[in-house]
Design a protein around this ligand. Sequence first.
Ligand code: FMN
Length: 217
Amino acid sequence: MKVYAINGSPRKNKNTATLLQKALDGVKESTKDKEIETEIINLYDLNYTGCKSCFACKRVGGASYGKCPVKDDIQEVLEKVSQADGLILGSPIYFGNITGQLLSFLERLLFPYLVYDKNHSSIAPKKMPTAFIYTMNALEEYMDKSGYLSNFNNIESALGHILTKPLVMYSNNTYQFDDYSKYKADAFSQDEKAEHRKVQFPLDCQKAFELGASLIK
Ligand SMILES: Cc1cc2nc3c(=O)[nH]c(=O)nc-3n(C[C@H](O)[C@H](O)[C@H](O)COP(=O)(O)O)c2cc1C
């Protein structure tokens, strides 16, 4: 069995990557009796684009029906992930939404499985459990009132419709710089950020662990 975490952050050891690793630790812990392998895929290491709208995946009788035919670095990942036993997606929030890199990945993964029939049915070969971890500067109240949740809901509904409804967690008010004093960032209080990092981030790590632990039933 294999569970993948997809890191939609360019940073490999910051907020998103840390929480993804905790979620994978939770998966491992909860499935001790099963042979489960876990892997983090860092999207920013790969050279690929979003969907090119070639529609080869929808061409009746075509060799690529139900599959993305575009040959680039993401092709092998799509193959692997389509057979996964669990999929955990993680993204920092950029301008109120998931990163372009993660959205491009999801276009390539999900669109070939979406059938343009009356029910918009899904021909995904496997419907593995999924989860979404979002990290952002915004406080929870701001996230609620500024439309982030409706953006998240769009991608979660596509994922839910084509694969499975994701478990979801947010990590708010994240620590963005190692040393705030070196950057022009007076919108934030370094002390308040540091305190939040010390008190809340470990709780978020625990939440990510629990999310991972409840992924595989
Ligand atoms: C280009 C860019 C845009 C961002 N836009 C937002 C935003 O709209 N809302 C927000 O809350 N945080 C925003 N952030 C902050 C990140 O979402 C936040 O620091 C995140 O936790 C970083 O994740 P990482 O540490 O895994 O890279 C932005 C950061 C960058 C670099």
